[in-house]
Design a protein around this ligand. Structure first.
Ligand SMILES: [Zn+2]
Length: 382
């Protein structure tokens, strides 16, 4: 399977200028190609051949006065920008036809120099790893990298990213071939909630770490301060930069936390079941912001690819039952359950922690789905 490994880059001021030029050229090619496709569509032609499009927006464009500067950057970067557009269209069409599941994908939109994230991609013939640890990028030079871990194999491509905080990163795509972990006895259901980040069926409640909550608080304050600054003022510019920096730090800390937690859950369990977020009603309520902040989908994505990597079972439980209201002892469904009820007693005598009960119901449903898929039968709770 393919994985991404990301490292911080430290380009010199000269290299930063070359990268800025490459970001700009890739953006121009992407936008020219998008415009060409839209115009073709408007003229009743549904399709332009990729080779024709490449000729038009790269090869021929380089010979014109207003696009001659495209020759200043690596053509690998320009061709990859076209391939990005193709991927964006493919995802959009697959989403429209229903072939692609999940959230609806919007049609490709024009890129802007004001986008929070600028990126270009180099394939095999556009970059090289130097013996001295530098990353050679075509028409940019040898860029300094902070290697925070080893690459497991030769990367097939690298995306160079500049984020809103002005930091540079190299994101390598590498092929991973390591096999499954030794079998584990345990299986686990996970309830993603608001009071805790996650609660597991074995009774563990996981909150986000303190430093992350502190950083999030600082970010909120910085955002409030920003909203009070005069438009166009120097202080506003400073406040924007501060928010971007804090934002990047929070995102990093959160990703790190998700990595540690997902690795542990996959290592300790043979099967991991999570309720399907798409059917989780919370995502559509006024709590949506905190749902988004909790970064569940990032975490669930990590669980999924790590499970595939280490030979574990991962499944989203399509939750047709009210997991927090269903008594896992007797199968009775409690009538109402406002969010502030953390513990409840069933008429059968069982006393439940709301979230641990929900996690156990998710585990049971996940197992049942799996047995059904294997041709087994599931009997309803007695
Ligand atoms: Zn009961």
């Amino acid at each position: 399977m393919q994985l991404r490994y990301q490292f911080r880059l430290y380009p010199t001021p000269g290299q930063q200028r070359s990268l800025a030029r490459a970001f700009g050229c890739a953006r121009t090619v992407f936008n020219d190609a998008l415009r060409a496709r839209q115009e073709a569509h408007g003229a009743g032609l549904s399709y332009i051949k990729d080779t024709d499009l490449q000729k038009q927006v790269i090869t021929a464009a380089k010979r014109t006065a207003e696009r001659s500067w495209l020759t200043e950057v690596s053509s690998v970067v320009l061709i990859q920008a076209l391939s990005d557009l193709n991927t964006a269209y493919r995802n959009f069409f697959a989403s429209v036809s229903g072939e692609r599941k999940g959230r609806k994908v919007a049609p490709p939109r024009f890129r802007s120099r004001k986008d929070r994230r600028q990126a270009i991609r180099f394939t095999r013939n556009g970059f090289r790893l130097r013996p001295n640890g530098r990353l050679k990028l075509a028409k940019v030079g040898d860029v300094r990298v902070r290697w925070s871990r080893d690459l497991p194999s030769e990367p097939s491509s690298v995306t160079v990213i500049k984020d809103a905080a002005g930091r540079y990163f190299a994101s390598f795509v590498v092929e991973i071939t390591d096999g499954p972990l030794p079998e584990a006895a345990a299986e686990v259901g996970i309830d993603l909630g608001l009071t805790h980040f996650a609660v597991t069926s074995d009774g563990r409640k996981i909150t986000s770490p303190k430093f992350l909550r502190r950083a999030e608080r600082r970010l909120r304050k910085a955002q409030q301060a920003l909203s009070r600054k005069q438009k166009g003022s120097k202080n506003r510019r400073k406040a924007v930069a501060r928010v971007a920096r804090l934002h990047a730090r929070v995102a990093d800390a959160r990703r790190d936390h998700h990595h540690k937690l997902s690795t542990r859950l996959i290592r300790d369990n043979q099967a991991v079941y999570v309720e399907d977020l798409a059917v989780n009603g919370l995502a559509r309520t006024r709590l949506a912001k905190s749902v988004h902040d909790a970064g569940w989908s990032q975490f669930v994505t990590m669980l999924e690819y790590k499970a595939a990597r280490y030979g574990r079972t991962f499944a989203r439980v399509d939750r047709w039952f009210p997991s927090s209201k269903l008594c896992r002892a007797c199968g009775t469904v409690a009538r109402a359950m406002p969010l502030d009820v953390r513990e409840w007693a069933c008429p059968c005598g069982a006393v439940h922690d709301r979230d641990i009960n929900a996690a156990n119901n998710i585990l049971a449903a996940g197992r049942a789905d799996r047995l059904n898929a294997c041709g087994g039968t599931v009997s309803p709770p007695a």
